[in-house]
Design a protein around this ligand. Structure first.
Ligand code: ADP
Ligand code: MG
Length: 263
């Protein structure tokens, strides 16, 4: 299958098992949502796919290639990663930060960005609605603006796989929809898109495929309509919910009823 195939992945921190034999697929040309409560292992899974976490067991393949065995530079020409908490202490402009997405394609002796690099940076900034921000200092932007710049950096990388860890957590609703529309367009162009997210209604609307992680294990995987089931939401999140089908909308809507009393 083309896309990402994760099988039986176990990751530990010291003696503690963080991912416990977790497996799922993220097909090419689709948006896959990785959902699950805080601490379920979503960021650890994305880190494992990016080669940042050592696998105790399991395999991770992208388009049939063994991803953990790749050199970081080789992986960076295929996969872009937007971290949950991206920070920089450097005094970089927005244009510089987005330009970092082009580094995997530049040779050590290249004095200046190529015309192709400049086009990729400009179109990534435009896609995020940040074209007028290129000369602003990244450090001085708001959290939501920085988040859009990080996504632009990943888009400038023109990756075959995009991994995004809660990419809309600081965004207003319009910016959330903008980002998710851009990610859908990336998938339609053939990219494999995997994003960790919390908003189940946005997940239902934008994801073709959902993977539910709970305590390091994949407990459900399938279409939003298959996965978003009241029993599962109660079991995984401890929240009572009703799933409704709104006439004319092809995706389910989650209505949160209550968090049961845990006294
Ligand atoms: P999520 O992204 O789903 O909220 P994480 O993948 O960040 O969850 O973390 C999963 C669990 O593993 C959490 O309980 C977290 O505290 C723990 N964890 C993650 N990385 C480490 C680490 N390097 N050392 C110890 N515990 C860790
Ligand atoms: Mg996380």
């Amino acid at each position: 299958m083309s896309g990402l195939v994760v099988q039986g992945v176990t990751v530990k921190a010291g003696e503690r098992t963080i991912l416990d034999g977790a497996g799922f697929t993220a097909p090419a040309g689709a948006v896959t949502g990785l959902i699950g409560p805080n601490g379920a292992g979503k960021s650890t899974m994305i880190g494992a796919v990016m080669g940042l976490r050592r696998l105790v067991r399991g395999t991770i393949a992208f388009d049939g290639a063994n991803l953990p065995a790749m050199l970081p530079a080789e992986r960076a020409r295929l996969c872009a990663h937007v971290e949950q908490f991206a920070t920089t202490t450097e005094r970089l402009t927005v244009g510089d930060v987005v330009g970092l997405g082009r580094v995997p394609f530049q040779s050590a002796w290249q004095a200046a960005p190529s015309a192709q690099d400049e086009t990729a940076v400009a179109s990534a900034l435009a896609a995020m609605g940040m074209a007028t921000f290129a000369n602003r200092l990244y450090q001085l932007l708001s959290g939501g603006e920085q988040q859009r710049v990080q996504i632009a950096r990943a888009l400038a990388q023109e990756p075959r796989m995009l991994l995004l860890d809660e990419p809309t957590s600081h965004l207003d609703i319009k910016a959330q929809l903008l980002v998710l529309d851009v990610l859908r367009a990336q998938a339609q162009a053939g990219c494999t898109v995997l994003l960790a997210m919390h908003d189940l209604n946005l997940a239902a609307r934008y994801c073709d495929h959902l993977v539910v992680l709970d305590a390091g294990k994949v407990v459900a995987e399938g279409t939003p309509a298959d996965v978003l089931d009241p029993d599962l939401l109660l079991r995984v999140y401890g929240v009572a919910a009703t799933i409704v089908q709104v006439p004319g909308k092809p995706y389910p809507l989650v209505i949160y009823d209550s968090a049961p009393n845990t006294d």
